[in-house]
Write a protein that binds this ligand. Sequence first.
Ligand code: NAD
Length: 494
Amino acid sequence: MEQLNIDALRVKPVSPQSHLIDGQYLSASDSGQMKVLSPIDGKVLTTVAKGTAEDMNAAITAARSAFDDKRWAGQPPAARKKILTKWAELIETNALELAVLGVRDNGTEINMAIKAEPGSAAGTIRYYAEALDKVYGEIAPTPGDVLGLIHKEPVGVVGAIIPWNFPLMIGAWKLGPALATGNSVVLKPAETASLSLIRMAELAHEAGLPPGVLNVVTGEGAVVGETMGLSRDVDVLVFTGSGATGRRLLEYSARSNLKRVYLELGGKSPNIVFGDAPDLELAAKTVAMGIFRNSGQVCVAGSRLLVESSIHDEFVAAVGKAAERLRVGDPLDLNSDIGAVNSERQLMQNLGFVDKARVEGGEITTGGTRILEETGGYYMAPTIVTGVTPDATIAQQEVFGPVLTVTAFDDEAEAVRLANSTVYGLAGGVWTSNLSLAHRMIREVRTGVMHVNTYGGADGTVPLGGVGQSGNGHDKSLHALEKYINLKTAWIKL
Ligand code: NAD
């Protein structure tokens, strides 16, 4: 990856974007458009179609027809595999273009975006392409005079609603297993991160995906997202985003056709450091990156540092030093460690949380402010709040920004109690040299993924999904396929 190539792509004009419905580029039915502001400098980058209910319904109809006439599900597995594999290759060939476009739209530092976005998306699509002819139905252990077969069938039309923090990675987590199992999809990107997903969908068509199998409708969640949620022709909703929207989707399902709803929601994940951690210097750096990468806009971010009292001062100082060493700046500069916050609204929300933390007795020992305001972009200094009580707002609610809270504990039981003191349960980490303690913490902390002596980076072979108000269902791994299939029993008298 060279700065020169990035600099050439960063000034490339981006034409106004349309929906992609039934293989056609379509404007909004009322010609409405939304401005796309770049978080790098706050300037208008381009526009995307501001979808209407009519647009969403047209996309759902296209997806339904594509499913019903079996233009995708009816193809031999080897043919579908070839197309999805080709798509993964095209994503890789166009990786830098996709990554830079995405960064101009959402502000993630390019060093991370290149791996986490096209890199990860291509890997995910390839993983499910390879899996699709290796997943078998079952024969049940019945008495000899009957045959019980369990067929795995595609569900039909999948509605996928994606957030703005990692659109390609999270988009691929839904699209890979949904398409591999033969479904049709309508995808709704987030208002502030549509561009790279539209381009990735175009590449799917270039790879040979038939029209109507993957449709993209841009626009506001409250309009096109709601229409999708309430549609009686969508069979499964898969979602990553906030708990507030997740609740609405469950309600839409109840008010319409009882469609299945899978939610991947937020977290308030604890990173728990015991005094016997193998390498405190490395732990401090990893704890810092575990919250500050992508400006904290990571669902599994380790946003609560729980640290044993005996090492509290020295460890917090080391994390502070690691945070201050991070260079926040232009996300398309290879020298930047951390890029921009996605939107001005999100930045203001982050700062509001910091103000409230101060009022509730926390001490801001690092950062706490907006920086680089002169660029017109949305940047925030990595922020550490110490002395946070377990019931403080900042210890309970997800910030989704570069803000780490610190709370001390005296023993294992207190560490577990603090770790489990929120409504969330997405991720967590424990740092210790004591194997038995590590295994006890894995058991006791209520969460979907637990890291030991590291944080983040779990690859596509393992599931990601939360417990409690972090959601249900899993992305990644073969388990993700379960969301996109119906089990059908054939009971045959012999
Ligand atoms: P959000 O819920 O506001 O938006 C997510 C998506 O939902 C967007 O596409 C939006 O347009 C759509 N939406 C909004 N209102 C809707 C409605 N009424 N009906 C249908 N769709 C609607 O969340 P966000 O601010 O974009 O994303 C940040 C949140 O996502 C954070 O809370 C974060 O923790 C969570 N997140 C979770 C994971 C995970 O894997 N669990 C991953 C990334 C982000």
